[in-house]
Design a protein around this ligand. Structure first.
Ligand code: PEP
Length: 261
């Protein structure tokens, strides 16, 4: 028997797909996932494809997310985007602190926390990413690194705010590499994150927070990963780029116990 947290499967398109390509893929996906009503389905296109994606997803079960948000309401921050701008575009979710942003764009736990506060204030649903490098894992530092990221990224949130945040555990060594964490490795770190959330917030809040796994998720490994007690969804990169691959993950997921009794 699993838990009663609604699964959330999100696709991170990274710097892929024009507005026209986004629209075509969403149109194709819509009929493939029409029967799935027990899972939150999210697609995160680039900024220029957001409006087209929101329009294409209107009236479907698919929600649209952005890949970043700035902490300021407006101002001299070339290349950034505000939470209100995303809201105006019809965006519901936002990925914050993806490892590529931490690695290539100097994102830190402090900037993640600032972005997170702005997203929450605007009513966006944040997906906050954490995860260790291969060096960290091989040096037995996974819990230290992930624990520090969780504590710093989520600092100062109230329990109520935390309940609206999704945490994505994405071991950096598994992103885009084809190397997937074993279900047990993923479950162990998810359970560790949930324990850390219980220390930082209440047990009740920790039990409600959804924790996604990310790192080379595809249709063939989704069911086993998503069947783990503390894995409440997936953040998917490569396999979210075609409707067939993404729908394969959605149709291979286990059903929520709340639906199946
Ligand atoms: C990601 O970018 O968040 C990701 C998990 O990528 P991939 O599924 O391609 O490993």
């Amino acid at each position: 028997m699993g838990n009663c947290r609604t699964l959330c499967i999100a696709g991170n398109w990274k710097m892929n797909k024009t507005a026209a390509e986004a629209k075509a893929m969403i149109n194709e996906l819509t009929s493939m996932v029409a029967d799935i009503n027990d899972t939150d389905i999210v697609l995160c296109p680039t900024f220029t494809a957001l409006t087209a994606a929101v329009d294409a997803a209107a009236g479907t079960h698919i929600a649209i997310g952005a890949q970043n948000v700035h902490w300021a309401e407006n101002g001299a921050f070339t290349g950034e985007i505000s939470a209100d701008m995303l809201k105006e575009a019809g965006v519901e979710y936002v990925i914050i602190g993806h490892s590529e942003r931490r690695q290539y764009f100097g994102e830190t736990d402090e900037t993640v926390n600032r972005r997170l506060n702005a997203a929450l204030a605007a009513g966006l649903k944040p997906i906050v990413c954490v995860g260790e490098s291969l060096e960290d894992r091989e040096g037995n530092k996974t819990e230290d690194v992930v624990g520090t990221q969780v504590t710093g990224s989520l600092a100062g949130l109230t329990d109520e705010q935390m309940e609206g945040v999704i945490v994505a555990y994405e071991p950096v060594w598994a992103i885009g590499t084809g190397k997937v964490a074993t279900p047990q490795q993923a479950q162990d770190t998810h359970a560790f994150i949930r324990g850390k959330l219980a220390e930082l917030f209440s047990e009740d809040t920790a039990a409600k927070v959804r924790i996604q796994y990310g790192g080379s998720v595809k249709a063939s490994n989704a069911a086993e990963l998503l069947g783990q007690e503390d894995i409440d969804g997936a953040l998917v990169g490569g396999a979210s780029l075609t409707a067939a691959d993404f729908a394969g993950i959605l149709t291979n997921r286990p059903r929520n116990c709340c639906q199946c009794g």
